[in-house]
Design a protein around this ligand. Structure first.
Ligand code: BGP
Length: 469
């Protein structure tokens, strides 16, 4: 395989504010929904922030960002994906004016990135809706959130529009269907919500995303705005055509979000679903016009694929990233049961490219694993060959997709520095090239150590992918 990655390919890593920053009540920050989710998505939220939540301190990026960004620069990062904590900028979410201290923090982060020549890639909303918006408005169920989000976006674009080119509107927007609280700030269990409630909330997010895209283009004409999806290809469990149709339905649930972001209108299969389920959404003429402001590129997370079946007896879901599905008998899994499928990434890249004809950006990929800190030549490190192998194999498939003709802007590994897990709120589910000394019980010095994969990734970036095996 001689084809390499395109010139200017954006190599880097990805994080989210609530999983790295800590300082949950500093700098005028309000509470976000994550501050009351001490167990991730495993148990319902608590009434208030409890100390028993690793995210309150996380890895203290709020105070250590300069040291961390210097380490990213040492690996040769071209891009760093991070999210802005909405509740740092608008502590309750419904204020008229932004919190200057919050804005100033991200100025400092951007200064540091600029100093190292690292391009920022900013997620505007990554599972961290201000708690007040969840409690007082029922999160995205309320149409009022569109206006609050737009005000927040305006504050960001006006402040950082000259310095940030790449924006993502909502992290893994298709997850609202599955995790209404974490993803949509809707304070109900999924079972308590009607399908209409869920799709109405989704509609509000889609309109907000389109309005943000238009606003970014107005305020800073060079801006590139992307949607962000969970990519999880569904294979039919058997060649039975009924299984193929089951896989198609699963794909539709996810494609719908990309179709609306890229084509500017609801796809026929979703309209049919609404008709057949008696779902009548409140969609205004203005909403329809807003939705026509389509994204510049499509970004996605990719961790795994799954199978689908029409046979209820075989429809037994395994663990996985938010969506889950029937395990594939041909694949191995990570320690957390997420099945490993590098070729699925090539399939997704080809599929999305052919479907939407928009540049693609892989903004999350990686393996959560238990790491052991060891001494090698007097230096503490982690011999994480399993991580190197996972990332290598996925990048080889991304390179195949580029050779297939897919336009790929960049690749950011998930959790380039160890961080708190979104689903389990553990520290021990590690993804990073950089080990952070912090344990699930909250103990640890927060010292950073380079893992074996740190040097491996440095070489991959330095050779623009030629070092891949
Ligand atoms: C995605 C989220 C991230 C991240 C990642 C890994 O769904 O966008 O925030 O955490 O998955 O998941 P986890 O942390 O549950 O291992």
């Amino acid at each position: 395989m001689s084809t390499t990655f395109p010139d200017g390919f954006l190599w880097g890593g990805a994080t989210a504010a609530n999983q790295i920053e800590g300082a949950y009540n500093e700098g005028g920050k309000g509470l976000s929904i994550q501050d009351v989710m001490p167990r991730g998505i495993l148990t319902p939220p608590t009434e208030a922030a409890t100390e028993d939540n690793l995210k309150l301190e996380a890895i203290d990026f709020y105070h250590r960002y300069a040291e961390d960004i210097a380490l990213f620069a040492e690996m040769g990062f071209k891009v760093f994906r991070f999210s802005i904590a909405w509740s740092r900028i608008f502590p309750r979410g419904d204020e008229e004016t932004p919190n200057e201290e919050g804005l100033a923090f991200y100025d400092r982060v951007l200064d540091e990135l600029e100093r190292h020549g690292i391009e920022p890639l900013v997620t505007i909303s990554h599972y961290e809706t201000p708690l007040h918006l969840a409690r007082a408005y029922n999160g995205w169920k309320s149409r009022e959130l569109i206006g609050f989000y737009e005000r927040y976006c305006r504050a960001l674009f006006e402040r950082y529009g000259q310095r940030v080119k790449y924006w993502l509107t909502f992290n893994e927007i298709n997850s609202v269907l599955h995790q209404p609280f974490m993803s949509g700030g809707i304070p109900n269990q999924k079972e308590e919500l009607s399908e209409k409630d869920l799709y109405q909330a989704i509609h509000h997010e889609l309109v907000a995303s389109a309005r943000a895209t238009r606003l970014a283009h107005e305020i800073s004409p060079g801006a590139k705005v992307g949607c962000m999806l969970i990519a999880m290809p569904a294979y039919p469990l058997t060649p039975d055509p009924a299984d193929v149709v089951a896989a198609m339905h699963f794909d539709h649930d996810n494609y719908a979000f990309g179709d609306i972001h890229c084509r500017g209108e609801y796809p026929g299969y979703l309209l049919r679903f609404f008709r057949e389920h008696g779902i009548e959404l409140d969609i205004t003429d203005q909403d329809r016009e807003d939705l026509t402001h389509t994204v510049d590129f499509v970004s996605f997370s990719y961790y795994m694929s799954i199978c689908q079946t029409a046979d209820p007896a075989k429809d037994i879901k395994g663990p996985g990233n938010v969506l889950g599905g029937v395990p594939n008998p041909h694949l191995q899994a990570s320690e957390w049961g997420w099945q490993i499928d590098p070729q699925g990434l090539r399939v997704v890249l080809n599929d999305y490219w052919e479907r939407w004809q928009k540049p693609l950006f892989i903004v999350e990929n990686g393996i959560g694993a238990v790491d052991e800190l060891v001494q090698v030549d007097g230096t503490k490190t982690v011999l994480d060959d399993y991580r190197i192998s996972y990332l290598n194999d996925h990048l080889v498939q991304a390179r195949e997709a580029v050779a297939d003709g897919v336009q790929l802007l960049g690749y950011t590994t998930w959790g380039c520095i160890d961080l708190v897990s979104a689903s389990t709120a553990q520290m021990s589910k590690r993804y990073g090239f950089i080990y952070v000394d912090r344990n699930d019980d909250g103990s640890g010095t927060l010292e950073r150590y380079r893992k074996k994969s740190f040097d491996w990734y440095r070489q991959v970036i330095a050779t623009n992918g030629a070092a891949l095996q």
